[in-house]
Design a protein around this ligand. Structure first.
Ligand SMILES: C[S@@+](CC[C@H](N)C(=O)[O-])C[C@H]1O[C@@H](n2cnc3c(N)ncnc32)[C@H](O)[C@@H]1O
Length: 228
């Protein structure tokens, strides 16, 4: 699914091992994909209260969850904000498993499910673009490609909301450093410091406007640089 010509060696190492990248591997092996998607639902449910406390999602009429898996983050946002609507965007074989999650939560009638490839384009028309635990799967040039797709879809008033870990100073917060290593070997990705997030966002034409701790994660808000 990834476009040719992207340069990081780390995904290349995984491709050598698996014969494809991890996302394609999970598509080809649905039994692995289902376990991964269920694990992501659990992570999302565990930290959704902290994420909702860290940021006022009530400001947005339409929230797009980009790389939103089967919708657990979006479910939490819409359950807390009954007048909001959602767009769930992920790979076709992943969003195919979202219907039961959205129905069980009673929010299916407020969600438009859109399959796609975030390196190509993401849906326009949202007030907020949530990327929860997405960019840490990718090395910088790929993360930048995803952010550029999001930036291209945004109106000047829209916001990007990253839910990610933040690497702290040396000898602090060892769990994030362990996660950094895990992302490197499991997906070719990485964790980032707040400055690294700011730099990455700026390269995509986005300005970091707030960073709020949400237990083990941080909610990073960014706006189109030109609108400020
Ligand atoms: C680590 S999971 C995060 C899921 C969800 N945001 C959460 O926090 O529970 C990353 C997601 O990115 C999606 N993804 C990977 N490559 C993609 C692509 N090219 N286009 C759209 N989604 C993609 C995966 O299918 C997966 O659901």
């Amino acid at each position: 699914m990834a476009p040719p010509g992207r340069r990081s060696l780390r995904p290349e190492l995984l491709r050598t091992l698996l014969g494809c990248d991890v996302w394609e591997y999970r598509r080809r092996h649905p039994e692995h994909g289902e376990v991964f998607d269920a694990a992501m639902r659990t992570f999302s449910r565990v930290d959704s209260a902290a994420v909702l406390a860290a940021h006022d999602f009530g400001r947005y009429g339409v929230v797009a969850d980009i790389g939103g898996g089967t919708g657990a983050v979006l479910v939490a946002v819409l359950a807390a904000h009954p007048s909001a609507r959602g767009i769930l965007f992920d790979q076709p074989h992943v969003v195919a498993g979202a219907d039961s999650v959205l129905r069980a939560a009673g929010v299916a009638d407020r969600v438009r499910v859109e399959p796609g490839d975030f390196f190509a384009a993401v849906p326009s028309g949202a007030d907020a673009y949530v990327l929860a635990r997405v960019l840490h799967d990718w090395a910088d040039e790929d993360a930048l490609g995803i952010l550029r797709s999001v930036r291209a879809a945004m109106t000047p008033d829209a916001r990007v909301l990253l839910v990610e870990a933040v690497v702290g100073p040396p000898n602090e917060d060892p769990s994030v450093k362990f996660l950094d290593l895990m992302m490197l070997v499991s997906a070719g990705g990485q964790e980032r410091t707040e400055d690294e997030w700011r730099t990455l966002l700026a390269a995509a034409g986005l300005e970091l406007t707030a960073a709020t701790r949400a237990t083990s994660n941080i909610v990073i808000e960014a706006a189109p640089a030109r609108s400020r």
